[in-house]
Write a protein that binds this ligand. Structure first.
Ligand code: S3P
Length: 163
């Protein structure tokens, strides 16, 4: 079996689904955001503050490259689709699963979460970011899973049935 990459917008459940799926199929669970924070010994908001989004994206790609070498379930940050080279890394190492969640559901889940710099802006900008990325998630995905009306267990079952 290959490395499994979970992609999707912030708040689509990548981290919790990734952990549950990894447990179910006996693979390690990795999270690109956590790897960036560990390697750089800095939180994501601090990296954004110091280096801006561009600096964060470079670190995110290095974390993805390292993680992709492992036979694991990898949850990626919502902006992984911002750099085309990330698609190449994932395609070369495994399969990409897009967790699709409606914008309204995400607004409901994340509320005013201030730990995500690109959520921490007005509603119009959040929506524009979602609309911009949506076609990319779909295009990059080997499989698309609708997550809105399903709990973590059902989503894990669904993904498992595709592998
Ligand atoms: C980002 C999503 C975040 C994190 C960073 C940037 C984005 O990850 O990588 O704040 O650009 O959408 P989550 O999708 O896990 O929230």
């Amino acid at each position: 079996m290959k490395t499994i990459f979970l992609i999707g917008f912030m708040g689509s459940g990548k981290s919790s689904i990734g952990e549950a799926l990894a447990k179910q199929i006996n693979k390690p669970s990795l999270d690109s955001d956590k790897l960036v924070e560990e390697v750089n010994q800095e939180t994501i908001p601090a990296i954004f503050n110091r280096e801006g989004e561009a600096g964060f994206r470079v670190k995110e790609t290095s974390a993805l490259e390292r993680a992709a070498m492992k036979d694991a379930v990898i949850s990626t940050g919502g902006g992984i689709v911002e750099r085309p080279q990330n698609k190449v890394i994932m395609n070369q190492n495994g399969i990409i699963i897009y967790l699709h969640t409606a914008f309204e559901t995400i607004v409901d889940r994340l509320k005013e979460d201030e730990t995500r710099p690109l959520w921490n802006q007005d509603l119009e900008k959040r929506k524009a970011l979602y609309e911009k990325r949506l076609p990319r998630y779909k295009e990059w995905a080997d499989y698309v899973i609708q997550t809105d009306d399903m709990d973590v267990e059902a989503i894990v079952e669904k993904i498992n049935s595709l592998l």
